[in-house]
Design a protein around this ligand. Structure first.
Ligand code: SF4
Length: 280
């Protein structure tokens, strides 16, 4: 084994030379063979070389575990609405406070329905409700009383609301139209488009956690689709980024009592969706 030692030049061959052995920490007399030019240092006796302790391995820095947040539960699946209809033109601009909004609706002449209404039907209920029920348009009694969902259909809607553990006063109820179409005909697309911003303004003020679209007309207008209500039921959609579930109109349920079971299925879906949103 070679040694990294400094050897001074010597005057004569074979003369012992004092050599400092660094890792032996001592000076030894060692004979030098050959001429000064050929001088080599013989091997150092093993017993003068201290055992070199093998240093303990330095642990390689281990990567610190990264904080991995708990994965969030997936949001509810909101499938695209099939069979879309043409998008209506943007409605009229609306104020975003209750008093100004109600005053604007009362004075509204944005569509021909203002010519035949008795009064506008703005909406009723808790303005901070978590649930919002949206129907289509005022009927005869609503037009007379100025309140949505009155009469027998209104009483059945109240029962549906009670079935989910709430009272009528604890939800907010509105229609897509604030004025009654003559002879309770279906709303025309341009009437629904003209009135939609009032509903959007109400939604922005109430900020409910879930919407129940009550009846075919409401569902198709809110979802901008011509798909029959039978195919719209049973799924969760979104309107203004709020989950929306479709169910039958209580006036239809009064004529088709056997459909009440399916309406209850819709309300159970709405309840599940509502509770899921509460946990997020
Ligand atoms: S239905 Fe709506 S847009 Fe038409 S006049 Fe009444 S409030 Fe105005």
């Amino acid at each position: 084994m070679g040694i990294d030692a400094w050897v001074p030049r010597i005057a004569a061959p074979y003369a012992p030379v004092a050599v400092f052995i660094p890792y032996a920490d001592q000076t030894l007399e060692v004979p030098i063979a050959g001429t000064p030019e050929e001088a080599t240092v013989p091997p150092i006796p093993a017993d003068v070389i201290p055992a070199v302790e093998t240093p303990a391995p330095v642990p390689f820095p281990q990567p610190q575990p990264q904080f991995v947040p708990e994965p969030e539960p997936p949001p509810p699946i909101l499938p695209p609405v099939p069979n879309p209809v043409a998008m209506p033109p943007p409605g009229i601009p609306c104020p975003h406070n209750w008093d100004d909004l109600a005053a604007q609706v009362v004075a509204c002449t944005a569509c021909p329905l203002h010519l035949t209404r008795t009064q506008t039907v703005f909406g009723v209920g808790d303005r901070e409700a978590r649930w919002m029920f949206i129907g289509e348009a005022p009927g005869e009694q609503e037009d007379l009383q100025g309140e949505p969902f009155v009469g027998r259909a209104g009483q059945l809607l109240n029962e549906m609301i009670r079935a989910i553990g709430l009272k009528r006063e604890e939800v907010y109820i509105a229609n897509i139209l604030k004025c009654r179409p003559p002879k309770n005909r279906d709303p025309a697309p341009e009437e629904a488009a003209a009135c939609e911003n009032y509903l959007k303004a109400q939604l922005a003020l109430v900020r409910p956690d879930i919407i129940v679209a009550v009846g075919r007309i409401a569902a198709q207008n809110l979802l901008k689709t011509a798909t029959p209500i039978g195919k719209l039921r049973g799924q969760v959609y979104a309107y203004q980024e709020i989950p929306l579930v479709v169910t039958f109109h209580p006036a239809y349920l009064l004529r088709s009592q056997t459909e009440k079971r399916r309406a209850w299925d819709d309300l159970k879906l709405a309840l599940r969706t509502f509770r899921q949103r509460q946990q997020q």
